[in-house]
Write a protein that binds this ligand. Structure first.
Ligand code: SF4
Ligand code: SF4
Length: 333
């Protein structure tokens, strides 16, 4: 047996996650292998060690990898090729937005997998409220999807009232969902009214694409308060933030109309499976009409403070999870 890893060079952004997550150590990124987009591409350097586990496929935020297992079949000629993992079935050819290492599309992939496995493609609407990665929703080739900037939970409310049998999933960033200056009002209103749809929050430590601004909801560690961003906080975030942390998954769980609330991360393949389990449980609460369901996913944005995307994953694992514990905070019904 040997593996064959096929990289879509038009999707790969050279983040190195596939190399980092391969349990067999059979992938390498070489700086002499540059794509037409300008990124260093990974290469399968030890095909005989590849066992077709698919970790690289699932952890690739660009949906850029397909893995085949090759085997010599006895008494017959030729090589038997068996595809073991690739992009989700319902992914279209549309290009993905985002930056190298941004895990928003990984969250999108998990939502797609769950929708597909539950067989609810036709009666589900996904609202992508993260402006910089809206095309991860547009790349989903199923039923209906809408891209929407900022307050996706307001639009989700309207759709759910108008069409109660439709499953509505609002994917939001911390800015669109919980910024103190205005957007958190929308979330609190949603919780007080006891709406019955699903919110997936991508809780990212920094606004990478937005000039490196710090996030209002998560100043989890001293190190983070000291950290400098490119434009808005060149002298450190402490100058403009301070105060206490906002733990949204815990806050959401205190509202009576909430059926499910959980927090997870994407720093390992085990976490990927756990995130999928939580997202499936959340969508199930909606299909069973139990109440509002909420999942917060800790995932990196494009972060100018780190030299490589993999470092931001390590930072989440070592620092952020200490302040934002993972797990289920509420599960009714
Ligand atoms: S399928 Fe598994 S073993 Fe093979 S390259 Fe990908 S992560 Fe490594
Ligand atoms: S994880 Fe995906 S985008 Fe990142 S280097 Fe590997 S193939 Fe490219």
């Amino acid at each position: 047996m040997a593996g064959e890893v096929i990289i879509d060079e038009q999707r790969c952004f050279g983040c190195g996650y596939c190399v980092y997550f391969c349990p067999q150590g059979c992938l390498e990124r070489k700086i002499d292998k540059i794509s037409s987009l300008g990124y260093a591409l990974p290469e399968l350097t030890k095909p005989e060690q590849c066992n077709g586990c698919g970790a690289c496929v699932r952890m690739c935020p660009r949906w850029a990898i397909k893995v085949n297992l090759l085997s010599e079949e006895q008494d017959k000629t030729g090589i038997i090729k068996k595809e073991v993992a690739g992009p989700p079935e319902i992914v279209s050819e549309a290009p993905l937005a985002g930056c190298p290492g941004c895990q928003h599309p990984t969250v999108g992939r998990i939502i797609l997998e769950v929708i597909d496995e539950m067989g609810i493609n036709e009666e589900t609407i996904v609202l992508d409220g993260i402006p910089c990665s809206i095309s991860s929703a547009l790349s989903m080739d199923f039923g209906q999807k809408l891209a929407y900037d900022e307050n996706a939970s307001d639009l989700a409310t309207t759709i759910k009232h108008d069409s109660p049998d439709t499953n509505v999933i609002a994917v939001q960033g911390y800015w669109g969902l919980s910024d103190f200056s205005f957007n958190i009002n929308s979330l609190i209103g949603t919780l007080i009214r006891g709406e019955k749809f699903t919110i997936i929050l991508c809780n990212t430590p920094f606004y990478g694409p937005k000039e490196g601004r710090p996030a209002a909801v998560n100043e989890p560690a001293e190190e983070m308060l000291e950290s400098k961003t490119m434009i808005s906080t060149p002298d450190g975030q402490k100058l403009i933030t301070g105060g206490y942390y906002l733990h949204i998954a815990e806050l959401v769980s205190t509202f009576k109309g909430v059926a499910y609330s959980a927090r997870c991360a994407l720093t390992s393949l085990k976490d990927y499976q756990l995130t999928k389990k939580y997202i499936r449980a959340a969508i199930r609460k909606q299909t069973d009409n139990v109440g509002l369901s909420f999942v917060e996913v800790l995932c990196p944005c494009c972060d100018p403070s780190f030299s490589a995307p993999v470092d931001s994953l390590k930072w989440i694992e070592e620092k952020m999870i200490k302040e934002f514990p993972l797990g289920e905070f509420k599960s009714l019904g």
